[in-house]
Structures are given as structure tokens and as C-alpha cells.
Design a protein around this ligand. Structure first.
Ligand SMILES: Nc1ncnc2c1ncn2[C@@H]1O[C@H](COP(=O)(O)OP(=O)(O)OP(=O)(O)O)[C@@H](O)[C@H]1O
Length: 299
């Protein structure tokens, strides 16, 4: 379990993380979604004790990260896969991490196998690794202590589609066994299939939160009719937000029944009416994360 309460980080005039609160529950994969610069990494660094918060707090398994006894055995962290020591081999990286956290050496082979790095690859220096291989090594390091919680910043970065699918299965299995997973991404497509819940962050603030279904409901419906202009005007008169759909028709922030009734009342024939799909969700996120302008405060 990860509990984040009113977490805030200010760098001079920039509120990098602004009063962020949410929980990531055991047994679930929680996706932390937001565009570049939204504050995901800063929030994760505060959760893992690397950056002190300006205010607010984060607790993992009921305690601040720094107060956990041997946190490496409880929490697996992958914040920056490219930060690994380039001169060490993958295996050396893991053996060293095992020594530091008191993990048995045989776990090194187990996790190498889990993340799909071959003995030959594990024997190569990290400087020769692709970003995808570094992500796998970072994940192996995070899994080494057999933790209860995983905190992963953009772990899909650099992975090919097969790698993304592999990671999805690994994280799903980890959560199914009762683990807590928090993973960040700037791409909905990367995490929508793995995450049970999404926390959407834009310019330091949580702008939406819920299961994919809940968020899809918030994204509204797509409607096509024989007179979209008249339907849009009627919906707006009823106080409903309407926008032109990216692929034609109208994108409407209301449920299907409201739209159907409004169309019937206006005598407009509806030819298609369906919930917003992932594309609609992506649009909603772009809208939400762009609209919530970062507050500039004087230092
Ligand atoms: N050490 C720092 N000093 C000053 N500003 C910082 C520092 N770290 C982060 N920021 C600023 O805080 C904001 C949030 O950055 P952060 O890296 O947390 O975002 P992010 O969501 O992880 O984005 P990305 O996907 O690009 O890594 C950005 O405006 C960034 O420039």
C-alpha cells in the first residue's frame, strides 16, 4: 500500500507537485499518468525518500520510506534506468545490490531469468545495453529483494511492443500475488491495459482518478447525426459541453440517454451513439492536463 497525502514540492517559483493525494492499493496496478513535466518523477522521488517534500507526506506500507527497516526488501524502485553504472556488467550490478540488501546470491539468477536477460547479456557491461535492456536490468534490481511494493518511473520507456507486453504480464502477476504496483507513463496506450486504476496528473495536480471505466464515463459519448450542428446547439442550450469529434461527429460530455433525448426533442435523427473509446480518453487527458495551468508563485 502506498499512501500519498497532500504531497507538495516547490522549486523556487515552480510548483512541481501541488497537493497530490491518492492511494495505491495492494493487489492492484496503479498507473500514474501525465505529460512530460507533470511532476510524476518528483512525486516518486518524494515517495522513495530521495527528495524532501515541501509539505505533505508519503507512506509505504504505513511508514515513510526512510523509516522502513531494510527498504530494499520491501519496496522495489526503478526511477532512472539510464543511471546505472555503465562500467559494471548486469550481473555485477545485481550481485552488488544483493550484497547491499542482504539478499541471497541465487536470487540474482532468478531475477535475470524473470526479466529475460540471458547469461551472456548479464555478462556484458551496462554501457553496451540498449535502453530496453537497461529497463529490464532496472526491473531485475527492483525485484531482487522480493518486495511487496514496486514503484517504477516510465519502465516501458525503450521497450518494444513485445517488451511492453512482457512487462504487463510481469506486473499483473506481481499484483495478483498481492503486491502493490505504481508505475508512471506519459502515454495512456502504454499503461491502459495493465493499470487497474489511473491517477492522472497535470502540471503538478491530480486532474482525474479512477478505473478506466470510470474515466471513460467521464469522457462522455460520441454521437453522429443527420444534423450535428442543430444537435450541438440544442445540447449546449441544455448546458452540456459539446466539441467537434476528432474523427467527425460530436464529442459530448453527457450520458447516452441525455444525448438521445435531446436529439429526439430537437427532431434530429441519430445515426451513431457510443461511449468514448481510448481515443476519447486520450483526448480527455490531453484536455485535462493542458487546462490546469501551473500556478506560478513568487519565491
Ligand atoms: N531539481 C529541480 N529543480 C528545479 N525544477 C525541477 C527539479 N526537478 C523537477 N523540476 C521541475 O518540476 C516539474 C516536474 O518535473 P518532473 O520531472 O517531476 O515531471 P515528470 O512528470 O516526471 O516529467 P517527465 O516525464 O518529463 O520526466 C518540471 O517543471 C521540472 O522542470
Amino acid at each position: 500500500m502506498i499512501t500519498v497525502e497532500h504531497l507538495t514540492k516547490r522549486y523556487g517559483p515552480v510548483l512541481a507537485v501541488d497537493d497530490v493525494s491518492f492511494t495505491a492499493e495492494p493487489g492492484l496496478v496503479t498507473g500514474f499518468l501525465g505529460p512530460n513535466g507533470a511532476g510524476k518523477s518528483t512525486a516518486m522521488r518524494m515517495m522513495t525518500g530521495l527528495t524532501p517534500p515541501t509539505s505533505g507526506a508519503a507512506r509505504i506500507l504505513g511508514k515513510p520510506f526512510a523509516a522502513l527497516a531494510n527498504p530494499g526488501r520491501r519496496v522495489g524502485v526503478l526511477l532512472d534506468a539510464s543511471a546505472q553504472h555503465a562500467g559494471r556488467t548486469g550481473r555485477e550490478t545485481l550481485v552488488l545490490a544483493a550484497l547491499l540488501t542482504g539478499v541471497e546470491r541465487r536470487r540474482v539468477d532468478e531475477v535475470l531469468d524473470t526479466v529475460g536477460l540471458t547469461p551472456a547479456e548479464a555478462g556484458r557491461r551496462v554501457r553496451t545495453y540498449s535502453l530496453g535492456m537497461r529497463q529490464r536490468l532496472g526491473l531485475a534490481t527492483a525485484l531482487l529483494g522480493d518486495p511487496d511494493v514496486l514503484i517504477l518511473d516510465e519502465p516501458a520507456n525503450g521497450l518494444d511492443p513485445a517488451g511492453i507486453r512482457w512487462m504487463r504480464d510481469l506486473l499483473r502477476d506481481f499484483a495478483r500475488d498481492g503486491g502493490t504496483v505504481l508505475l508512471s507513463s506519459h502515454l495512456l496506450s502504454e499503461i491502459e491495459q495493465v493499470a487497474d486504476r489511473l491517477v492522472v496528473i497535470g502540471r503538478g495536480r491530480v486532474v482525474a482518478e479512477g478505473t478506466k471505466d470510470e474515466l471513460l464515463r467521464a469522457a462522455g459519448v460520441v454521437v453522429r447525426s443527420l444534423d450535428d450542428q442543430a444537435l450541438a446547439a440544442e445540447l449546449r442550450r441544455a448546458g452540456v459541453d459539446v466539441e467537434a469529434g476528432v474523427h467527425g461527429g460530436l464529442s459530448v460530455a453527457a450520458d447516452a440517454e441525455t444525448v438521445a433525448r435531446t436529439a429526439a426533442g430537437a427532431g434530429v435523427l441519430v445515426t451513431e451513439l457510443r461511449p468514448a473509446d481510448s481515443r476519447g480518453l486520450e483526448e480527455l487527458f490531453l484536455e485535462l492536463t493542458a487546462a490546469d495551468a501551473r500556478e506560478e508563485v513568487s519565491a
